[in-house]
Ligand binder design. Structure first.
Ligand code: PHE
Length: 339
């Protein structure tokens, strides 16, 4: 039995020494450790060994098994390493090949305009706030003095969630929320999406506005115009011209509509500005004292002005976009042209 074990060990080690691939290694493993393997047979035969020899032979068989297992795993490691090296040798990277390039993302034109306008407002000392897109009837209409029979309150013009909850039709509710929570004097601006039941090539049911509100002592229409002019210069350059027309909003008194040099023709006159050289940019006015009082601001001490530019039209004009819907479709072909 001892002799047999010796032989198994010697033959096994020799065979392992000569094996040079995984297949050969596996065959050796089966030949020694397999169900009908040589060592398996010896271990199985232990019960026939005379009891006084069993301990010694058993120890020897175990030692042989351990030695062979160790040799087998060492050889396995060796062969695998050699294979890996051979593969790495074959696989060469040609660092002189031109790269495939990476695709660059870009900001959406509305985001770019928004960022520019926010930067201008922040430079001028405005605080940027955000208020809900789903508003109560109170903030969207009532607190802004929009009368019950006003057309914007009609189901046909606004998207109602319930009788008293509506998708905001303008960013002006932020004026009320600001007046209720911010301590005067303050300047706030609120950019955001607004919703109206309007749908054609220049109107989308969803569009974007900015609300700006200044509350301070001794605020006049002249301060308001000065600030607007400064904003327009920062937005469109120092040659921009401005024109003011009377208007009506229930929450400002007096109310005005401000036109600036048409960005399509640069003031020369085109089909967009109907030959006038001007196009409308903001509606705004002096905050109606009634609104101040309703929102908890002492109108004998403080006054204010507010304005609310829509930004989609400006973005369409400056980027020569023919249909407002392109701004909301997220069509990559369009977005790529806007880079
Ligand atoms: N909210 C008004 C609109 O959507 C614009 C506006 C803002 C008017 C602020 C006056 C003051 O048309």
């Amino acid at each position: 039995m001892k002799q047999k074990l010796d032989e198994i060990l010697k033959d096994g080690l020799m065979a392992l020494e000569n094996a040079d691939d995984l297949k050969a290694l596996d065959e050796i493993r089966v030949e020694i450790f397999g169900k009908a393997g040589k060592l398996t047979a010896v271990l199985r035969g232990m019960k026939d060994v005379a009891p006084e020899q069993r301990k010694e032979v058993g120890a020897m068989a175990n030692a042989v098994r351990e030695q062979l297992e160790k040799a087998l795993s060492e050889k396995l490691c060796q062969i695998e390493n050699a294979q890996l090296l051979a593969e790495m040798e074959k696989e060469k990277i040609d660092i002189t090949q031109p790269s495939k390039g990476t695709k660059k993302g870009a900001l959406h034109p509305l985001t770019k305009f928004n960022n520019k306008f926010i930067d201008i407002c922040v430079e001028m000392g405005f605080t940027v706030i955000q208020t809900p897109e789903v508003e109560t009837d109170y903030y969207n209409f009532e607190a802004l003095n929009v009368p019950k029979n006003h057309p914007s309150r009609d189901m046909q013009d606004s998207f109602y969630i319930t009788d008293s909850i509506v998708m905001r039709t303008h960013t002006s509710p932020s004026q009320v929320r600001a007046m209720e929570t911010m301590k005067p004097p303050f300047k706030m601006v609120c950019p955001g999406r607004v919703y109206r039941n309007d749908d054609d090539s220049s109107h989308s049911p969803i569009f974007n506005q900015f609300e700006a509100l200044v509350i301070d002592e001794n605020v006049s229409l002249k301060d308001f115009m000065g600030m607007i002019k400064e904003m327009l210069v920062r937005l469109y350059g120092k040659d921009v011209k401005m024109r003011v027309r009377p208007a009506f909003f229930p929450f400002t008194e007096p109310s005005i509509e401000i036109d600036a040099t048409c960005q399509m023709c640069g003031g020369k006159g085109c089909s967009l500005c109907k030959g006038t050289g001007f196009s409308e940019v903001f509606g705004g006015g002096i905050v109606n004292p009634k609104i101040l009082e309703m929102s908890g601001i002492d109108s004998s001490k403080y006054g204010g002005f507010a304005f609310g530019p829509g930004i989609d039209r400006s973005v369409m004009i400056t980027n020569k976009i023919p249909n407002i819907k392109y701004l909301f479709r997220n069509d990559l072909r369009f977005l790529k042209q806007m880079r």
